[in-house]
Design a protein. Structure first.
Length: 343
C-alpha cells in the first residue's frame, strides 16, 4: 500500500534562486508533464498501475495541470503501457484528482482513438515524424502514410469535442539520417496543423538541438503561418542543452514546455535518445526568471524522490539531487555534518 499523498517538504526561501526577470519572456509557462507516459515507457521493468496512478496524483498535488498519462498503442509495441485502459479508468474515478486536471493520452490510429473514447478521454495526441526512417521504425509507415492515418483520427476526435495535440519527432536530428533540414520539418508541421491539431509539439528526440537551431526552426514556422502560440517544445538532454534550448524557445514566444518529472524517459525506438528535460530543472529556471508555473517545487522534488525509490535508482534531475538532502544555513552555507577528519 502506498503512503498518503503529502505536499512535500517546503523549500526554504534561501535555497531558491533569486528572481531576476528578463524582458521579452512570457509571464507564465504551462508545463506539459510527460513523466507517466514518455518517462515510464522506457523502463525495463513493468511499473505497477497502482504506482503510476500514485505518481500522477502526486504530480497533480504538486500543481501540474497537464499530465500525459499513457498511450493506447498495442502492448507488443510498448509493453510498459499495456495497462493503459486500467490506468485511465482508475484515474477517472479518483476523488483526489481535480476535475479540471488535463490528462491527455497518445493514440496511434483509429483503434486507439476508439479505446480512448470508450473511456471518456477528453484530450488525445498523435505522434508523427519529420523523417522517413523514424516514421518506419515508430509507426511502420512512411511520413505520408502516417499523416493519412492521422487524418481520420484527428477528424473524429474533433467531431467528438476532444482536444488534439500533434507530436513531431526528429525535428533537429535523426540517428539514421543525420541533420534534418528545417524546411522538411516545416512541411510536416504544416501538414499536421492542416489536419486540425490544436497544439504542435516540436521534439528534439535525440537531444542534438542548440539554441540557434531552435530560433531558426521557430522563425521558419512563423513565416509559414504557424505562430509560437500554437507550438510547444519537447527537448531531451542528451548533450546537456535542454534548458538552453528551452530558454531560446521562450525568447521566440513559446509558452508551453514539455518536461518529465525527475528527468525520466527516452525513446524505445531511438536508443540514442536519453532522458527528457527534468521538470524540476525547468521549474528552477522559470522561478529564477519570475515566470509563473503554479508548481510547488518542494512537492515536485518530493514526488520525484518517491518515484526514484519505486524505480530503485537516483533521480536524474540535478535540482532533485541538489534539494532532496539539502540542509543549509540562511546564508547558503552547507551545514551538513562532515565525517570525522574532514575540514
Amino acid at each position: 500500500m502506498t503512503p498518503p499523498i503529502t505536499s512535500g517538504r517546503a523549500v526554504a526561501e534561501h535555497l531558491l534562486p533569486s528572481v531576476t526577470p528578463h524582458p521579452g519572456l512570457p509571464a507564465a509557462v504551462r508545463i506539459h508533464e510527460v513523466g507517466p507516459r514518455d518517462g515510464l515507457q522506457n523502463e525495463s521493468a513493468i511499473v505497477p498501475v497502482e504506482v503510476k496512478a500514485e505518481f500522477i496524483r502526486r504530480l497533480a498535488t504538486a500543481g501540474l495541470t497537464t499530465i500525459e498519462v499513457t498511450s493506447f498503442v498495442p502492448p507488443s509495441w510498448v509493453p510498459q503501457l499495456a495497462d493503459a485502459a486500467d490506468l485511465v479508468a482508475a484515474l477517472a474515478v479518483d476523488p483526489a484528482l481535480p476535475t479540471s486536471l488535463d490528462l491527455p493520452v497518445l493514440v496511434p490510429n483509429d483503434r486507439g482513438l476508439d479505446r480512448a473514447l470508450d473511456l471518456g478521454v477528453r484530450h488525445v495526441a498523435v505522434f508523427a515524424s519529420a523523417t522517413e526512417t523514424f516514421a518506419r521504425r515508430n509507426l511502420n509507415r512512411t511520413v505520408a502514410e502516417s499523416l493519412e492515418m492521422f487524418t481520420s483520427v484527428v477528424r473524429r476526435a474533433t467531431e467528438h469535442g476532444l482536444r488534439v495535440r500533434g507530436y513531431l519527432s526528429m525535428c533537429y536530428g535523426d540517428p539514421w539520417e543525420g541533420r534534418v533540414p528545417v524546411g522538411q520539418v516545416v512541411e510536416v508541421t504544416r501538414r499536421l496543423a492542416e489536419l486540425g491539431c490544436d497544439e504542435l509539439s516540436l521534439g528534439d528526440t535525440i537531444g542534438v538541438a542548440t539554441p540557434g537551431h531552435v530560433h531558426e526552426l521557430i522563425a521558419a514556422l512563423d513565416t509559414a503561418g504557424i505562430g509560437p502560440d500554437r507550438l510547444a517544445v519537447h527537448f531531451h538532454d542528451t548533450y546537456g542543452q535542454a534548458l538552453s534550448n528551452t530558454l531560446a524557445a521562450l525568447q521566440a514566444g513559446i509558452s508551453v514546455v514539455d518536461a518529465s518529472a525527475g528527468g525520466l524517459g527516452g525513446c524505445p525506438y531511438a536508443k540514442s535518445a536519453t532522458g527528457n528535460l527534468a521538470t524540476e530543472d525547468l521549474v528552477w529556471m522559470l522561478n529564477g526568471l519570475g515566470i509563473h508555473t503554479g508548481v510547488d517545487l518542494g512537492a515536485l522534488v518530493g514526488t520525484s524522490t518517491w518515484m526514484a525509490a519505486q524505480l530503485g535508482r537516483p533521480s536524474a534531475s540535478r535540482t532533485v539531487r541538489a534539494l532532496a538532502e539539502q540542509r543549509a544555513s540562511r546564508h547558503g552555507l552547507d551545514v551538513r555534518p562532515q565525517p570525522d577528519g574532514d575540514n
